[in-house]
Design a protein around this ligand. Sequence first.
Ligand SMILES: NC(=O)c1ccc[n+]([C@@H]2O[C@H](COP(=O)([O-])OP(=O)(O)OC[C@H]3O[C@@H](n4cnc5c(N)ncnc54)[C@H](OP(=O)(O)O)[C@@H]3O)[C@@H](O)[C@H]2O)c1
Length: 338
Amino acid sequence: MQNRRYVLVQHTDKAPIEECVAWRTDLIPTPGPGEVLTRTLLLSVDPANRGWMSSTPPSYIKGVGIGDTVRCSSIDEVVESRHPDFRPGDVVEAMSGWQDYAVAAGHALRKIEPRGELALEFSLYGLSGLTAYVGLMDIGRPKPGETLFVSAAAGSVGTIVGQLAKAAGCRVVGSAGSDAKCRWLVDELGFDAAVNYKDGPLRKRLREACPAGIDIYFDNTGGEALQAAVLLANERARIVCCGVISRWTNDGPDQGIRGIPGLIAMKSMLMQGFIVFDNLHRRNEAFGVLGRLAADRRLKVKDDLVEGLENAPRALAGLFAGQNMGKRIIRVAERSAA
Ligand SMILES: NC(=O)c1ccc[n+]([C@@H]2O[C@H](COP(=O)([O-])OP(=O)(O)OC[C@H]3O[C@@H](n4cnc5c(N)ncnc54)[C@H](OP(=O)(O)O)[C@@H]3O)[C@@H](O)[C@H]2O)c1
């Protein structure tokens, strides 16, 4: 048996993702002392994966080198273990990336006892859930009666942020890139309103959707949504800087946001960023809250499954074209029968 994988052949700065990777087939690696051989079951598709492949990766992580396997988080099954904590058949969270098999040091793996569908370990009980929870609770600090606006609202983090804020008693408004996504947010996920940001200037429609202004803005995009939120923000509003996906699809110069820092001072606003990897120790707390809301049917998650490792480049590129609804995941293989 062989190992199929995608390696990086050029950085993602300007070229389409599909042109930055090449398909390789080679031997399955062999684990050394303290290491574990795993077989990939599911791959998480995250906007950050593209940044890790750029020539200027973010400071919190090492970039993917030319010739290296494309990196992303994965859920794997242990095939062979030379580490005392793991046995064949165990399910683990790993960073195997776009390949069928990987060898990792045992200390880099986290054993998982799946709580239902395996895909939930990426959404509700994964980095998306944790990102939504720590960003909203620590920086957004929602209070009943406040208005929350979240961009990329129909995506993995956005859907959870909106429903968490709703459970905290907020009026919840989202923006997304199609009418179908907006209808889904309101009809299925219980958002109070949703606006299609591709349907003309956002600010006017956002003002209509947020008649009492905005108290919390959970920023997944930067750009036009951040600009509108800063202008419509109430006194003491909190802006949660989670991500800037709009920068990736905009080749022009960064225009910046008007009114910053003046409006931040005048409205006594808070604007703060965070990185989910600094909050991994909060997993139990976050997943406890999210799990209870899901059990009470006050929080729904949706998987957006793409079949097959060979489709990984298309799956990642599709995030930037807004193709996903909910958490995008690549299914590489099924779990072996116990
Ligand atoms: N701070 C952290 O530690 C952390 C952790 C995880 C994720 N993040 C960030 O959180 C954000 C959401 O991540 P996610 O995993 O939940 O992804 P996601 O929302 O599931 O997928 C990305 C979505 O972004 C939207 N989008 C793409 N291009 C856009 C543009 N130019 N303007 C506005 N929206 C655009 C698309 O939906 P539309 O149809 O609405 O365009 C797409 O579905 C990203 O910025 C990501 O980098 C940060």
